[in-house]
Design a protein around this ligand. Structure first.
Ligand SMILES: Nc1ncnc2c1ncn2[C@@H]1O[C@H](COP(=O)(O)OP(=O)(O)O)[C@@H](O)[C@H]1O
Ligand SMILES: [Mg+2]
Length: 387
């Protein structure tokens, strides 16, 4: 089977909502497979927008720009979860878009997402929606302190989370998540005293085929993913449970595309789901070098109905280290030669136009015989980049 464009004269074109690093890495795989890419983003010169002539720079809230983007595309996917389902519904009047509006409605609100998982017997931390300080303090009485207050929508890299240590903290959290006297929708969640954080990527295709990636360990610094170790150092039983749970999560939201399922291993070794991302995920960047088929290739295969590729690792172990912005200023490092002298690493730079503290500017992946070996090389290489 070959992918044919709706307009037979042009190359099959994958449209991506968003032009960041995830779109860039999907685009790299698309070009290798002989596809064309269209990008819609607010503003020019995004990491992926710079790669194509089919760049639409007014964003999807601009009707004319959105219509032009749809016209240029044969199928559409997304690289972040902050897109109104109505926009996806509109696009689907003309061409396929995955993940679907229905999936995004399940996922976008973390309370709705956890409710779907809970209803499907997927283990999640105790949680509740909290509209008032009184409701939050009742949650604290019932489940104990500390607990988390999370914004139900638009949270990322920990920006929507507040750890409440005692009853007095609750009003601070509520104040933090309100502006102009308007309270954002909030939820409370029991604090999981985790041994480690795990993640599993799952591809699920239009034809119902499923491909599950290895279970990895993720290490967050200030709530931002810093290191990923593949495979995670867990038992075979835990691995099977984590992979089964991840698949169940994707099925419960009827997901088509690629999904990153974030989990905790609690102090008893139980696996508990934190959240799902309906797109390529930072915890899956290692798959570019370490697996037969990367997460970025499998999302293309999944949404177009092509057979999914093998998720098997081609090295015993891998480690990915994020290059997080250390300062405000240029996004281009001053010197990478030392890093590149480590022969066993791959350097990825996203070409973001500016850097900011904690911003994801690139990443390094190392393969090794053990995760320890891969970790040591990846850390040394990342530290030797001069910003
Ligand atoms: N219930 C919890 N218990 C303990 N730590 C948590 C809990 N929820 C989130 N965290 C920590 O905060 C990080 C970010 O939280 P998450 O809910 O995944 O938000 P984001 O959307 O910002 O990724 C997690 O990776 C984890 O380290
Ligand atoms: Mg998260």
């Amino acid at each position: 089977m070959m992918l044919t464009s709706k307009n037979n004269k042009k190359t099959f074109t994958l449209g991506i909502l968003g032009g960041g690093q995830l779109a860039k890495m999907i685009a790299l795989e698309s070009y290798r497979l002989g596809l064309e890419v269209a990008i819609i983003e607010n503003g020019a010169h995004s990491p992926a927008g710079d790669m194509t002539k089919l760049e639409f720079t007014e964003g999807w809230h601009n009707q004319i720009n959105l219509d032009e983007f749809i016209k240029a595309s044969d199928i559409v996917t997304l690289e972040n979860e902050f897109i109104e389902p109505e926009i996806l519904e509109y696009i689907s009047n003309f061409i396929n878009v995955f993940p679907s509006a229905k999936t995004m409605r399940f996922v976008q609100d973390k309370f709705n997402q956890k409710t779907v998982f809970f209803n499907n017997n997927i283990p999640v931390p105790d949680f509740s929606s909290v509209d008032t300080i009184e409701e939050a303090s009742k949650f604290g009485e019932k489940f104990g302190y500390p607990f988390l207050i999370k914004t139900r929508t638009l949270g990322y890299d920990g920006y929507g989370n507040y750890t409440v240590k005692n009853i007095d903290d609750i009003s601070t959290a509520f104040a933090k998540f309100s502006s102009d006297g308007k309270q954002r929708k909030l939820m409370a969640e029991r604090f999981v005293d985790f041994k480690r954080e795990l993640a599993v990527m799952v591809a699920r295709s239009l034809s119902g085929e499923i491909a599950v990636y290895p279970v990895v360990e993720t290490i967050q610094e200030n709530h931002i993913c810093k290191v990923v170790l593949a495979p995670a150092d867990i038992t075979a039983e835990q691995k099977n449970i984590a992979q089964e749970i991840a698949v169940k999560c994707v099925e419960s939201i009827d997901g088509i595309g690629i999904f990153g399922v974030e989990m905790f291993e609690d102090s008893n070794g139980e696996i508990i789901v934190n959240e799902i991302a309906p797109r390529p995920h930072n915890s899956g960047h290692y798959t570019i070098e370490a697996c037969r088929t990367s997460q970025f290739e499998n999302v293309i295969r999944a949404i177009t109905g092509l057979p999914l590729g093998s998720t098997e690792m081609i090295a015993p172990a891998a480690c990915m280290v994020n290059l997080l912005g250390e300062r405000d200023g240029s996004g281009i490092p001053a010197d990478v030669s030392k890093a590149l002298s480590y022969g066993k690493i791959k350097l990825h730079l996203y070409n973001k136009k500016s850097s900011r503290k904690g911003r994801k500017m690139g990443h390094i992946t190392a393969l090794g015989n053990t995760t320890k070996e891969a970790y040591e090389i990846a850390i040394l290489a990342s530290q030797s980049i001069v910003w």
